[in-house]
Write a protein of this length. Structure first.
Length: 261
């Protein structure tokens, strides 16, 4: 009985500290690894590269590197960093609410000509026109043509890319920094600031639209709170992906309707 009690206590302490290294080590490792990844992405993401190269670099750094740090260095479980189902009912409820609210916001944004032009330049005539290996470009402006196969490939790839980003910010960084002296509030703020920073770029024309850059900070805070409340980053990922997909479809809608007609 005593042995079982000591084992249970040891397991409880490991859960609380995030691994065998304790809360202090978890916070330090998370901060250093996170800062290096953010610095590298901030410096290199604006550089011209194929969509596949961009996705490969971002998914590798935002998913695989943190997982290696968690499993090998911190000797913790990914579930302690938000890779778990968590509170499904609360999570799905706020995922749906977030999506509905953002659809209404996007409807207002794209109804304003100046703002619509910014998003069209960034996405419709930017990312969506870049050819993907083996399937071509999702959108061909000269023909006003939407390529369904390429669009499906693009949205699925973006889904995995956003899964990795959400795991990095609202999983690895958030739950790792929460175990440090920053606590929950500090962790939410730090990950949101870094998240917003990566929406902006020092390279002219490489930043996201100004409205998106400005909304990234409060958006990151909301998603951080959602992750802490549900103990999972998965619901923030679902909301983020759904909003991105909806924006693409709103921008492509006139051409899709024309194609169907």
């Amino acid at each position: 009985m005593a042995l079982k009690t000591r084992a249970a206590r040891s397991h409880s302490e490991t859960e609380k500290g995030g691994g065998t290294g304790g809360a202090g080590a978890t916070g330090v490792v998370t901060f250093l690894v996170g800062l290096l990844i953010c610095a590298y992405l901030f410096w290199t993401n604006p550089n011209e590269k194929s969509p596949e190269s961009y996705w490969f670099i971002n998914t590798g750094l935002c998913l695989w590197v943190p997982l290696v740090a968690i499993l090998l260095f911190l000797k913790a479980e990914p579930s302690q960093f938000g890779l778990t189902r968590g509170d499904r009912r609360l999570g799905l409820k706020w995922t749906l609410i977030s999506w509905v609210v953002m659809v209404l916001v996007l409807a207002v944004v794209v109804s304003i000509p100046a703002l619509r032009a910014q998003f069209q330049q960034q996405y419709l005539f930017g990312r969506l026109t870049r050819p993907l290996e083996g399937v071509g470009a999702p959108f061909i402006p000269l023909l006003n043509h939407v390529n369904p196969k390429a669009l499906l490939f693009y949205e699925l790839a973006m889904g995995f890319y956003m899964f990795c980003w959400e795991f990095f910010f609202r999983g690895f960084l958030l739950f790792g920094l929460q175990k440090s002296r920053l606590g929950a509030v500090g962790a939410v703020i730090v990950q949101a600031v870094l998240f917003a920073l990566l929406h902006w770029s020092y390279v002219a024309g490489a930043s996201k639209p100004p409205v998106e850059v400005l909304s990234a900070l409060p958006g990151g805070i909301v998603l951080g709170i959602l992750a802490l409340r549900t103990r999972s980053f998965l619901y923030g990922f679902l909301a983020h992906w759904a909003i991105s997909l909806t924006l693409d479809l709103i921008l492509l809608a006139p051409f899709i309707i024309r194609h169907i007609g």
